[in-house]
Design a binder for this molecule. Structure first.
Ligand SMILES: Cc1ncc(COP(=O)(O)O)c(C=O)c1O
Length: 404
């Protein structure tokens, strides 16, 4: 493959994508010392599509008839960057607030100036509880924490708002539904506590889900009859948006649907929600070459060329979040064509088969997934067995994020 120095420079330096990824370069005043960007133009990057996010939130809101949406932005905002995504979502009226699992994610939302309610779904100790409450972060509670809550409320001189998690069958976290009433009665009786919500999580199992709804409603109903206010009740994640309209309750709690991917492949063609992928993974071709017949590619000769064939190397590997199973059928789009991933995905590279002709060149943009038919996250997922959750949540947090 012939690559002139001129086309190389055009491909690498003059592209708006790169200037946006490194705003310091784009905006450096003329007389200042030249800014140094740590992002190579060949490093992969993640795009977050503002308009698709907005569309997905509106679609969800339509589906749930205007109920508030508690946006799940755990695990680095499903790959988008936890503060990026919160900043994009916060101005939308449909968004009630945010749910995260890691304490540091909750704190970083407040550090970044986000103001909407934040629910901490993950674990915390007594110090964390005090820091969280001081910054208006609501803990999700399901164990007897009454005395810790009393202490924190006394120190802060205000009650601690929280949500209670009831385990109706998932067996992960949450007070078992048959033991929930005494715990909730105890919490509700304390001046230190403000119950702002009560929640459960579906197992996403057709039979048990129905039983979970019954258990949740019975538990909540008993307590409400006693005059205990449970705050906003919520249960529906993305799966629930499709399958359980009877359990939309006072608020819904989706993650993946906001990012525009169907959590189950069978939801794609139901017409229930029109979701548009809001995350893309892209990189530039770093090398193109012709293999001779019987040449191999990848560790352990994972691919052996039957005939002469052009292949392209991409600087994206499993350490970037691209699944090791990609060679089972995933394709990457370059210049509008989809090319199969071959050989093995190593930590920092993968290889695609281009065919008999040299149809791509160094510097061409390769799209691993985006919103286009054929390269949606669900397409990659169907092709190679990695779930859409793996594709987005495993994106390396160090990759540059570009909001487009
Ligand atoms: C408690 C809880 N609620 C809601 C969600 C959102 O799930 P999904 O991304 O499938 O909508 C999650 C994510 O796994 C969760 O753990």
């Amino acid at each position: 493959m012939k690559t002139s120095r001129r086309s190389f420079l055009e491909a690498t330096l003059a592209l708006p994508a790169i200037m946006e990824a490194a705003p310091a370069l784009a905006e450096a005043p003329r007389d200042a010392a030249p800014a140094v960007s740590k992002d190579s133009s060949f490093d992969p990057w993640v795009e977050i599509h503002r308009e698709n996010l907005r569309h997905n939130v509106q679609e969800i809101s339509r589906r749930v008839e205007g109920r508030p949406i508690l946006a799940v932005i755990k695990n680095n905002g499903y790959g988008a960057g936890v503060t990026n995504i919160a900043q994009l979502l916060e101005p939308q009226n449909e968004i009630f607030g945010f749910a995260v699992v890691k304490f540091h994610e909750a704190m970083s939302l407040r550090d970044a100036g986000l103001r909407k309610p934040v629910l901490l779904l993950g674990p915390f100790d007594e110090n964390n509880l005090q820091d969280a409450a001081a910054r208006n972060i609501m803990p999700m509670v399901y164990t007897p924490q009454g005395s810790a809550l009393d202490k924190v409320a006394a120190k802060l001189q205000k009650p601690v708002p929280l949500h209670i998690c009831i385990d109706t069958g998932i067996g992960r976290v949450g007070v078992p539904y048959y033991q929930a009433a005494p715990l909730i009665r105890d919490l509700a009786s304390r001046k230190s506590v403000q119950i702002q919500g009560t929640m459960m999580t579906f197992t996403e199992h057709a039979e048990l889900d129905k039983e979970q709804i019954r258990r949740f409603q019975e538990t909540c109903g008993t307590l409400e009859q006693e005059g205990i206010a449970l705050g906003k009740k919520h249960a529906a994640s993305s799966f629930g948006l499709f399958e359980h309209p009877e359990a939309f309750y006072d608020m819904v709690r989706p993650g993946m649907a906001i990012y525009g991917a169907y959590s189950e492949n069978e939801f794609r063609h139901t017409g229930v929600l029109d979701l548009r992928p809001a995350l893309s993974l892209k990189a530039r071709v770093i090398y193109v070459k012709k293999l001779r017949a019987r040449d191999s590619a990848g560790y352990n000769r994972a691919y052996i060329a039957k005939d002469e064939v052009w292949v392209a190397t991409l600087p994206v590997g499993h350490a970037d979040g691209w699944p090791r199973t990609a060679p089972k059928g995933a394709k990457v789009r370059i210049n509008g064509e989809l090319y199969p991933v071959i050989a093995a995905v190593s930590a920092s590279h993968c290889i695609v088969e281009i065919g008999k002709e040299e149809r791509v060149k160094i510097g061409d943009v390769a799209t691993f997934f985006d919103a286009q038919p054929g390269s949606r996250p669900e397409d990659v997922s169907e092709a190679c067995g990695a779930s859409v959750y793996d594709l987005t949540m495993h994106l390396n947090p160090l990759l540059p994020r570009r909001i487009v």
